[in-house]
Design a protein around this ligand. Structure first.
Ligand SMILES: NC(=O)C1=CN([C@@H]2O[C@H](COP(=O)(O)OP(=O)(O)OC[C@H]3O[C@@H](n4cnc5c(N)ncnc54)[C@H](OP(=O)(O)O)[C@@H]3O)[C@@H](O)[C@H]2O)C=CC1
Ligand SMILES: O=C(CO)[C@H](O)[C@H](O)COP(=O)(O)O
Length: 501
């Protein structure tokens, strides 16, 4: 990512001083710069002192580092050579609490720290990513012209960058972007698995994904478009030709490991945040659990043996394949929409709590292009009418509270139900699609079986309950009633006089 950003900056005429523990990595970037004709614009520096000396003031230091300690160490190493007014632009996926801690630490020194998510993967880092910066207002004012230059552009040519808000808001929004990304990726891979079990070849599935990306509710969805593309990629043979070579996808093992290996943290953080902000983000939770289950392939093999082959998905016999695929498209869309609804709610709750003053119109802007969760239909039809409203209330951020969103859910819900029920009957692996179905049932239900849950809680814990007709008007409040479901008994009454001590 860092190499791509360095070359992108050089392409825009910026002098870049590189610093990386690996000489080889830096040489590789310098070679690419030379090849691209950015002569003299990229130089490498081994130590912090010479790096900082090479930069004109106020300096702009761009981080693209693994999260956590690494950023702390690099900042600590740079600090003695930085001056008041210098700016650190942290473009990694950092936990917002680390961002805010560093911002606080920098404050006394006059160094200005911006936490800025970037999205779009390493290809976008080179061509122009979607960028969501947050933090010091004056620093943001200084860097925005440059960020606007290097950012991805949407279909109208507008840069996909905007100030998100105070403190760690930029990194927070990027974290939730990744939570939404995981929900969408999971739903799409489940749809892919179902199509494969319908007997469709990899390339046939690719063609369907291409159609989904071309029109309808999944139009312009980046993850669908790359799915269509990758479905046709073959390894080159010794003569460079791909003819008769295996499709790459046919050889990819079924494990997603980066949560477990600690390379990335955004999936864990966004789910933890959803739970801590009391958001029922079951689509995101299921997607995350699916990744975790997939990571432990060795455990799966063992459990598969013990369950005599596990519960392998059956081949699907579908009479009207086209009609079924249309339902699958709608089901996938609804799971993607659920991911957005849940993610936005997490952001809004955190915004209220941290008082980041998030600019929601800018969230719309940064997700319009260049990012992994780019979804043109959702952007135009769902988000635009809400996020671009001149004044927004916290309730607006519950996307489902808007009639046009509710109508979308109503339109595609029967398809989601049909797909999930078929998946359940035939043991297809569809955790995120199933969770999304449950999500819409849960969050629209007004007679949930949680009456019984509440009664049990009151039975054993005296946790109180409200009675039917006693509605909360201002958010959840503790129940008003306790019923003595069973009189408290003494130990002797329960266990008898002869119980052993
Ligand atoms: N990959 C992606 O698609 C995206 C990644 N990100 C985020 O961007 C950041 C970078 O990601 P990515 O490029 O994929 O990761 P890499 O691991 O490829 O790059 C991390 C860089 O940090 C350097 N580094 C590691 N440890 C230290 C250290 N102690 N001191 C100084 N430098 C160090 C590495 O050096 P070395 O050359 O020695 O390995 C490497 O150049 C991460 O925060 C990631 O979450 C954000 C969006 C997309
Ligand atoms: O931030 C990203 C995209 O937005 C990166 O691609 C990130 O590496 C994806 O990893 P993970 O799926 O573990 O979040």
């Amino acid at each position: 990512m860092g190499g791509g950003i360095a070359l992108l900056l050089a392409e825009n005429g910026v002098h870049v001083s590189l610093s990386d523990p690996s000489e080889e990595t830096m040489d590789g970037i310098m070679q690419k710069a030379k090849k691209a004709g950015y002569n003299g614009l990229v130089e490498k520096y081994k130590d912090h002192k010479s790096l900082c000396r090479s930069l004109s003031k106020p300096r702009l230091l761009v981080f693209s580092l693994p999260h956590g300690n690494v950023g702390d160490k690099v900042l600590e190493g740079l600090m003695p050579y930085l001056d008041r007014g210098d700016i650190v632009l942290d473009c990694g996926n950092e936990h917002f609490t680390n961002t805010e801690r560093r911002q606080e630490h920098c404050k006394g020194t006059g160094v200005r720290y911006i936490g800025s998510g970037v999205s779009g993967g390493y290809q976008a880092a080179r061509a122009g990513p979607s960028i969501c910066p947050g933090g010091d207002e004056s620093a943001l004012k200084d860097v925005m012209p440059l960020l606007e230059k290097i950012a991805a552009k949407d279909e109208d040519g507008n840069p996909c960058v905007g100030v998100i808000g105070r403190g760690g808001a930029g990194h927070y929004v990027k974290m939730v972007h990744n939570g939404i990304e995981h929900g969408m990726m999971s739903a799409i891979c489940e749809a892919w698995g179902i199509m494969r079990k319908m007997g469709m070849g990899y390339e046939d599935v690719g063609k369907v994904l291409q159609k989904w990306n071309d029109s309808g509710e999944l139009k312009g969805t980046f993850l669908i478009s790359i799915g269509a593309d990758l479905s046709h990629k073959r390894y080159p043979g010794t003569d460079g030709s791909t003819k008769g070579q295996p499709l790459v996808i046919s050889e990819v093992l079924d494990k997603v490991v980066q949560d477990v290996t600690g390379e990335e943290g955004t999936g864990i953080w966004s789910n933890t945040e959803a739970i801590e902000r009391h958001v029922p983000a079951i689509t995101l939770n299921a997607a995350h659990a699916f990744r975790l289950a997939s990571a432990y392939r060795g455990d799966r093999i063992k459990a598969n043996e013990l369950t005599r082959g596990g519960f392998a998905p059956q081949e699907l016999e579908i009479d009207n394949k086209n009609a079924f695929i249309e339902k699958l498209r709608r089901a996938t869309y609804l799971a993607c929409l659920a991911s957005y609804i849940q993610g936005m709610q997490v952001i809004a709750r955190a915004d209220q709590e941290h008082e980041w003053h998030i600019n929601y119109a800018n969230i719309w802007k940064i997700w319009r292009g260049g990012c992994i969760i780019q979804a043109d239909y959702i952007s135009d039809k769902i988000l635009k009418p809400i996020l671009l409203k001149p004044s927004l209330s916290p309730a607006d951020m519950h996307l489902l509270f808007h009639q046009h969103v509710a109508e979308e859910v109503l339109k595609s819900y029967p398809s989601l139900r049909r797909i999930v029920s078929k998946a359940v009957e035939t043991d297809q692996v569809a955790p995120t699609l199933s969770a999304s179905l449950e999500y819409f049932k849960m969050v629209t239900g007004t007679d949930l079986p949680t009456s019984f849950y509440e009664a049990e809680l009151d039975y054993f814990g005296a946790h109180m309950f409200d009675k039917k007709g006693e509605e909360d008007t201002d958010g959840p409040t503790e129940g008003r009633h306790h019923f003595e479901w069973k009189p408290v008994q003494t130990q002797r009454q329960v266990y008898g006089a002869s119980s052993k001590v």
